[in-house]
Ligand binder design. Sequence first.
Ligand code: HEC
Ligand code: HEC
Ligand code: HEC
Ligand code: HEC
Ligand code: HEC
Ligand code: HEC
Length: 415
Amino acid sequence: MKSAIKLLMIFSVAGFVLASCEGPTGPPGKDANSSCLKCHNTTKTDAIEEAFDVSAHYEGNPRTGKYCARCHTNEGFKEITSKPWATGALISTTNDVNNATRMACATCHKHSSFEFAEDTITQVLRTTAPVSLAYNNYSNPTDFGKINNLCATCHQIRGARYIAYSDATPPTGGPVTNKAFAELPYFPLDNSKEATTVKYTVGTSFSIHDGNQSNLFAGLNGYEYAGKTYTRTWKHSENSCTDCHMNEYDPTTGTGGHTFKVNTAKCTECHSGSNKITPVQSLIDAKIIELAELLVTRKVFKKTTGSSGVSYSAVPSHDFYGTLFPAVSSATKYATAIPATNTVSATTGLVVYGNTVTWAVDADYALRIGREWKYGELGAAYNYGYINSELSKGVHNPTYALQLLQNSIDWLKSN
Ligand code: HEC
Ligand code: HEC
Ligand code: HEC
Ligand code: HEC
Ligand code: HEC
Ligand code: HEC
């Protein structure tokens, strides 16, 4: 791959001068050999490019859809980071970014200055600003620490997508026209409501997507049961994401540096030959399954065995309009699903996102709980997703991960 960092070197050999015209040595008071060539040199750049070529950031498919491009493309990330951190501005790109490309050097890098007196690295990162999390409806920025903020802009719980819906055969009295597609952060997760119940309707999702590493690392945004104490920090809380994911580059294993894959050989140095990863993940895995099985027993979850193994998913208690699904067979039709019915506008050529309500006899009655969910059941189901989708399987904060799972298990056993 080719990058601007290398082109600069071609320019500088050819006598490239900076805007202030003080010649090939760089800005006033700067010695380009020491300050610029520290990064802009062939040996370093070649190694970085070689490493980056195996990173999922470069290998991954660009997802150009309006609700994906902000984290999955170069152009989408540039668009959302150029907007102010105002409420709502960060949910998505303005439209699908049809010609968007996968992540590249300039996705994460941009010079904020050519003065390198201190903190060299953050001066060449596109953003290090505290992050207005989707979980918090893009308000109240959370500071994960400078470089971590770059990662957390994408590696966070994914928020809501604004989805309109239509209904060809609305129920008597008409549909509830102001009913939003309830996704995080609009889904209520508030432990002061723990004594109440909640409808888990079709068209509701508390899915957090694959990327909530920052939230777990900081010990935030799990469902925390009322009256319980949670520990947010652990041994490696003071570390940055990059301390582990950009540790010493090893070309043989394709880990470390700009591969963003942990060079685990470096972990064993302090951990008396163990990398600590396997024992933590086995413990957490067993707790995840224990929790999921308890939720299946209550009919909050269903268990599916497919070609890729066993999976668990939440079963709605109510239809799209909030009518309780009976737990027995019935000839009545319910608003059972809201499949996507996106169209392309003939005038703009842009995708218009939409859903249509499906009315059908309910085939899944045997799996239904037949009542509203207890609030603690909602919290437990959410915590299952929070840890199960996080991908490090607890390594990013073993203490908090275990507390979330164990408190969920304990609550289910005693309520
Ligand atoms: C800490 C490492 C680092 C140092 C030091 C550094 N650069 Fe860069 N520079 C980068 C990176 C990373 C990029 C982005 C690469 C890309 O766009 O592909 C970049 C890009 C550039 C670009 C392209 C335009 C831009 O802003 O993205 C110019 C011009 C540039 N650097 C000039 C300089 C000069 C002049 C100096 C010395 C005063 C310097 N750089 C010092 C890392 C550095
Ligand atoms: C522009 C959004 C964005 C930023 C910024 C970002 N990531 Fe990612 N990251 C992603 C996406 C999307 C994937 C998954 C790519 C795929 O598989 O298609 C990913 C994948 C990864 C992976 C998977 C392992 C692999 O093979 O690369 C790790 C680890 C990772 N990122 C760590 C980081 C760290 C650490 C930072 C901050 C220094 C960071 N990411 C910054 C979006 C981002
Ligand atoms: C808030 C940022 C964010 C948004 C928005 C987002 N993703 Fe992701 N996604 C990530 C991150 C970060 C990862 C990487 C986690 C990992 O794989 O390690 C990821 C991973 C994935 C993966 C698994 C890895 C792969 O590439 O195969 C899929 C599939 C995916 N995303 C699809 C989507 C789709 C489809 C959308 C839009 C509907 C979307 N994502 C929106 C951040 C985001
Ligand atoms: C996902 C975000 C991301 C992408 C993409 C990325 N970098 Fe970086 N880069 C970083 C971070 C974070 C650091 C700081 C690493 C640290 O703290 O050790 C960094 C550091 C650097 C440095 C200074 C490091 C040093 O060793 O002195 C250079 C030079 C650099 N990157 C060049 C590149 C080039 C060239 C590319 C494309 C091939 C690239 N980066 C792609 C995030 C990224
Ligand atoms: C103490 C070291 C450490 C720190 C700090 C750390 N991670 Fe990780 N991370 C790991 C390990 C170990 C794994 C799981 C094993 C692996 O994938 O190498 C992992 C897994 C991941 C994955 C999933 C990779 C995959 O291929 O599925 C992503 C994405 C990720 N981390 C991102 C981050 C982000 C973002 C941060 C900062 C908020 C961070 N990590 C902080 C050690 C760390
Ligand atoms: C500079 C020394 C040092 C390095 C390097 C280091 N660790 Fe640690 N780590 C510690 C110490 C000290 C503890 C706390 C005592 C213990 O659990 O062994 C700890 C604890 C942990 C724990 C918690 C264990 C538990 O059972 O709760 C995990 C997980 C972990 N480290 C993962 C990693 C990973 C992954 C790496 C490599 C990316 C790494 N560590 C590199 C010093 C280090």
